[in-house]
Design a protein around this ligand. Sequence first.
Ligand code: SF4
Length: 380
Amino acid sequence: MMNSPERPGRRGTGSLFGSAWNAVQANMESLLGIVPAPRALCFYVTYACNLRCRTCGIWREGPGSRGAELSLPEIAEILSDPLFARLKYVNINGGEPLLRPDLPEIAELILERFPRLRALSLNSNGIPAARCVSRVAAISHGCRQRRVPFSVSISLHARGPAFDEIAGRSGAWDEVHSALEQLQDLQKSCDFFLSINCVMSALNADGLEDLAAWSRERNIPANFVLAEVRERFHNREMEEDFSLRPEQKPVVIRFLRRLSREEPFLRHHRLRYHVLADMLEYGRPRRLACHYRMGGAILGSRGEFFYCKFSREIGSCREQSARRIYYGREALRYRERELLAGVCPQCPPNTLNRIELEKDALRYLSFLLRMKFGGKKLHG
Ligand code: SF4
């Protein structure tokens, strides 16, 4: 999933007018049914992973299982496609991105290709800690030189040995804990935003409060997202193991409602938690914007191209230009009829990044006002 920086960036956020204009543009495009070129790209640089999480089987697509991963020259060629001319946000994701030895070069290539980027973000499991810290330092250095805000999100789904159980690797908690400590230390000399990404599932529903308290104590913001079955995760047969059981649903809903009330006042994810709780409790359709829907794409490690996390593969950038794939007649028909009409209403909002927040600015403002003046009973 794409993580844009939680903090205001140096580029773009300075301008309230810029944000207002983006909001008007996004709403107009949506009203007129225009399919905007991507402003955000999520790049799965590899499907290899050194964990065996019980919620994700992406590692089954490891290197070589369906052809070689994109090389640096191939990545450069794909990203020079005119489709990406208005790209402002790039998320480097996986698998485990740190397993690619050329990760700093990939980041450098992205920064060179898009010098006006508003944010570069990296999702990682942080293991092993030493490699994580050295790569983050290198990428952060490149971002600093170009004044591009950089954020790092480390996966952590429980505290202590419970995490080893979920991650399928003994000692995983110790390693991630050490990575987080070292990254916090690195923040004293390198400028990047650090957060934890926690996938909520049957495997950790009873430990969410514990993890939230731990992250608060350590002063590392945590994002809580719902476990999902996705084709690319190869996790359909794992679903029974990780799906929330009926008795756990109220626990998670209570947790989300508490976060939506008690997180710091201006932490925008409060709105996301509120909407997610409503979807879980009342089966309401999604009411929040989605950056993929508003112009986003996913590039797979072998050139596969997708509209979003739930999209089927719409083509291969190794075989065709990204622009031709994205605006292909068949692909657009699929996007309109199956994805937007069929999947979006039930798609849990697992991000609330800047693009989405700009579009939902009024909704967010109204939420804040109701929280401030309307008491705590927002749901129901
Ligand atoms: S299904 Fe819709 S809401 Fe979900 S990620 Fe795709 S475009 Fe966004």
